[in-house]
Design a protein around this ligand. Structure first.
Ligand code: LMR
Ligand code: MN
Length: 429
């Protein structure tokens, strides 16, 4: 504790240590002890910090945002106190930032990031952390300029390189530069760079500039580093034990037979609703995830994250009421149900869905020839009135080389090995 104790705190160090002892045992008691110390020593760095930590622990115990706010005010008081040892200053700042982010108070977090940056101007970490805070609230241009500042002073900083490359890829679609930055950053193996998102987007950028072999080598490295389940299965929000295979036979899904039967039996009505919605403006929306290479691809969302779209279901009531009957589909919070239309000349880049917790059922509604979907290493097509089922956490790619629109109904269902408890508790995607 010598590096967190200043000259004046040394005079009553035993008392401070005794209070600190109580922090993890009895936070309420520690809170009282630090309060008493503060009465006598209002500027004592360790007493202020201890008081903040006690309130912080109590906040966690009681799940109280009011107590988090009080803890934040004490952390801040420490940051403005005289003669605070560096180590204490850093601990308090980092915890303040963590809790301010948790409370959605990103501006307060940013202010403390700047205190750190000004106090430690030769440490890139504090600028990098500020960039991360900006990214978590989607302030991309602010993150970008902070990272540029890091890289102008430390051009080999791995953390800044991968994050800057990530922005070039996801915000600017600047493939060549994003590849340069992300691959240089990954090679450093610096803390924070071995992260699925960077492998994911670097591989995607390589694929799109026709360097598929390099992408696959990178994905294999991602498997070694345990950021992917396999070279083809690259979802990032996973439950680890689930069986993963690209294509599923409807017979493999014993519990979902009624859903499948009902979809097939009502194929003509579902097709009618989809085609009629297509004729009206303002229902189908262009795909916006930057997955498309060429052509036109639009979707009409009926369910997403376990929620029904009222407007769109009013347009296709039969289809929605069918899906509604089956909780494995309507309750699939990690998926969607939607009509998907693809026009001739469309190519969808190879891509992976976000999670291995769902399987994707397609009901073929209007299927011209020369339309294909590849999942991992096997390419198939659709049949009108029939189902195909695949796991969209595996790499898949779609082509429409035909001459009329292709329409399918996509219904995501929970992976059959997820328990009902898990289905209830998994966060929506
Ligand atoms: C996909 O899930 O990316 C595609 O299968 C969607 C589609 O319309 O074929
Ligand atoms: Mn997809």
């Amino acid at each position: 504790n010598s590096d967190i104790t200043n000259q004046e705190d040394y005079a009553f160090k035993e008392k401070i240590d005794a209070a600190q002892e109580q922090l993890d045992k009895n936070a309420a008691f520690a809170n009282k002890m630090f309060e008493e110390l503060l009465d006598q020593h209002p500027f004592s760095p360790r007493a202020i910090y201890g008081k903040a930590r006690a309130l912080d622990n109590l906040a966690e115990q009681k799940q109280s945002n009011e107590l988090v706010k009080q803890a934040l005010s004490y952390y801040l008081r420490l940051l403005n106190a005289p003669d605070v040892p560096d180590k204490l200053f850093v601990c308090a700042s980092e915890r303040f930032i963590n809790r301010a982010r948790f409370m959605g108070q990103y501006k307060k977090a940013v202010a403390v990031h700047w205190l750190l940056i000004e106090r430690f101007p030769d440490n890139a970490t504090y600028l990098n952390n500020l960039a991360v805070t900006y990214l978590t609230v989607n302030l991309v241009s602010e993150a970008r300029s902070v990272l540029q500042r890091v890289l102008s002073k430390w051009p080999d900083d791995g953390f800044a390189l991968v994050h800057y490359g990530f922005i070039l890829k996801t915000a600017d679609n600047n493939l060549n530069d994003s590849i340069m930055y992300m691959s240089k950053g990954l090679k450093t193996n610096a803390p924070g760079v071995i992260d699925g998102r960077f492998f994911f987007h670097l591989g995607d950028a390589l694929t799109r500039i026709n360097r598929k072999d390099d992408a696959m080598k990178l994905y294999e490295k991602g498997v070694e580093k345990k950021v992917f389940l396999s070279k083809y299965q690259r979802s990032l929000y996973n439950v680890d034990r689930l069986t993963g295979k690209p294509w599923w036979d409807p017979k493999d899904l014993a519990g979902y037979q009624m859903l499948f039967k009902t979809l097939k039996n009502n194929y003509a009505k579902i097709r009618q609703e989809g085609l009629s919605a297509l004729n009206d403006q303002g229902y189908f929306q262009h795909e916006i995830e930057n997955l498309k290479d060429t052509g036109t691809w639009k979707q009409l969302e009926l369910f997403a994250r376990g929620q029904k779209s009222l407007k769109n279901c009013a347009k296709s009531p039969i289809t929605c009421s069918i899906i509604q009957m089956f909780p494995e589909a309507s309750g699939c919070k990690r998926g969607q149900a939607k009509f998907s239309v693809m026009h001739p000349g469309t190519h969808v880049w190879p891509h992976c869905g976000p999670t291995n917790c769902r399987l994707r059922v397609h009901l073929g509604l209007k299927i011209p020839s020369k339309t294909f979907i590849r999942v991992a290493e096997e390419t198939r097509s659709w049949k009108e009135g029939d189902l195909i089922i695949f796991d969209d956490s595996f790499e898949h790619e779609v082509w429409h080389n035909g001459s009329d629109i292709r329409l399918v109904l996509i219904v995501d269902v929970w992976h059959p090995e997820l328990s009902f408890e898990e289905r209830r508790n998994l966060s929506p995607i």
